[in-house]
Design a protein around this ligand. Structure first.
Ligand SMILES: [Zn+2]
Length: 95
């Protein structure tokens, strides 16, 4: 008998359509209709596919999950932005 299971969880969708999964830059200009093109690192792809990658990554991101579990909704957006901004700076410093 096949034992199949799935991982299902709720994620906060904040910035998932404008976040670059390569360099963590959040920028509204990263997305233009169906196209995603990071203004910082040049990563590109189909916008809905990029958003799906961001949602999947967020589901297993302990730092973001902790923010979503601890903070009230009105405080999450800035806290989530701060995490990705720090990660983006770390990424650019590593170049
Ligand atoms: Zn990027």
């Amino acid at each position: 008998m096949l034992d199949a299971s799935i991982f299902l969880c709720e994620v906060d969708a904040e910035f998932t359509s404008t976040l670059c999964p390569a360099c963590n830059r959040i920028e509204a200009e990263n997305r233009e209709y169906k196209e995603f093109h990071c203004t910082s690192c040049g990563h590109q792809g189909e916008a809905d596919h990029i958003a799906a990658i961001n949602i999947a990554n967020r589901a297993v991101d302990e730092e973001i999950r902790e923010i979503c579990n601890k903070l009230p909704l009105e405080e999450r957006k800035q806290a989530i932005y701060s995490v990705y901004h720090r990660r983006h700076l770390e990424y650019t410093n590593e170049l």
